[in-house]
Design a protein around this ligand. Structure first.
Ligand SMILES: Nc1ncnc2c1ncn2[C@@H]1O[C@H](COP(=O)(O)OP(=O)(O)OP(=O)(O)O)[C@@H](O)[C@H]1O
Length: 303
């Protein structure tokens, strides 16, 4: 369990993390989402005791990282791709880490196997691709068989097979009751991985909810309706809370009333319906709605 309370971090005039409070629970995958510059990495570095908070507290299983006994066995983290830039082989890098932390050599073989690095384990880490570097970073995070995993943009640089592998691995680790916290700036990546998401924008928590709640909260309630007599239907459902827009293809997009009530109103008015579909926002859309005012750098849109 990671508990973050009123956490802030200021870099000169820049408030990178602004009074952030949330809890990362065990047994589920928690996604940490936000546009570039939102403050995700800064928050993760503070969790790992690598940056000192300006104010607030962070604990892992009840204690700050720096006072954890045997931290590698309690928390595994991947914080920066290719942080390891060495002439050592992946195997020797893992072996050196295990030796200094009292971890048996057999665990090195295990994590090499888990991360699919067998064929390159004897190669110099300095020559690794971004994807191989990510796999090695994840191998390091897993080395101590930790209860808590913190992965900053773990699928960065991975091919589709690698992305799927991270998804399966993180879900498996969570199913074992571990605390799994991973960041991304892409909602689509989280859609099939995370159970719960914390969304950050300009250092502030914009949402902290199960992924299904984020979806249903987006765009209000919208229903697509097709009928040969749109005017009759609009009359039947008219109310100050209901907004209806007609698309060029003739379908109606209705906000502010549930599909069931539309169907009932149509039946009462004798209106024939050809389609009645509640529209769920895509995760990407939900995420954009949440963060649209909070991105640090907007792209220029060509007119
Ligand atoms: N060491 C630092 N000194 C000054 N400003 C910093 C420092 N580290 C981060 N920042 C600033 O703090 C803000 C948050 O950065 P952070 O890297 O935590 O965001 P992020 O959500 O991880 O984004 P990204 O996905 O781009 O890494 C940014 O505006 C960044 O420029």
């Amino acid at each position: 369990m990671i508990e973050i309370q009123h956490l802030s971090k200021r870099y000169g005039p820049k408030l990178a993390v602004d009074d952030v409070t949330f809890t990362v629970r065990p047994g589920i995958v928690t996604g940490f989402l936000g546009p570039n510059g939102a403050g995700k990495s800064t928050t993760m570095r503070m969790i790992m005791g690598l940056d000192r908070p300006t104010s607030g507290t962070v604990t892992i299983n009840g204690a700050p990282y720096t006072s954890l006994h045997d931290p590698l066995r309690q928390v595994g983290a991947l914080l920066e791709a290719k942080a390891v830039h060495t002439g050592r082989s992946a195997f020797n890098h893992l072996l050196a880490l295990s030796a200094t932390h009292g971890i048996p050599k057999s665990r090195v073989d295990e994590v090499i196997h888990m991360t699919g690095l067998e064929s390159v384990a004897k190669r110099r880490v300095g020559g690794f691709s971004l994807g191989m570097g990510q796999r090695l970073g994840i191998a390091v995070a897993l080395l101590g068989d930790p209860q808590t995993l913190i992965l900053d943009e773990p699928v960065n640089g991975l091919d589709p097979e690698g992305v799927l592998w991270v998804r399966q691995l993180t879900r498996y680790l969570a199913s074992q009751g571990r605390t799994v916290f991973l960041s991304s700036h892409l909602m689509s990546e989280m859609a099939q991985t995370a159970d719960h998401v914390v969304v950050l924008g300009r250092g502030k928590v914009l949402a902290d909810a199960p992924i299904t709640d984020i979806l249903s909260g987006a765009s209000g309630q919208r229903v697509t309706v097709r009928t040969p007599t749109p005017d009759l239907l609009i009359g039947a459902i008219a109310s100050p809370d209901v907004n209806v827009q007609q698309s060029p293809d003739g379908s109606l997009s209705v906000n502010g009333i549930a599909a069931q009530q539309i169907g009932e109103a149509a039946a009462r008015a004798g209106v024939v319906l050809h389609e009645l579909t509640p529209v769920t926002a895509s995760l990407e859309q939900a995420y954009l709605e949440l963060t649209q005012d909070e991105v640090e750098y907007h792209s220029e849109v060509a007119q």
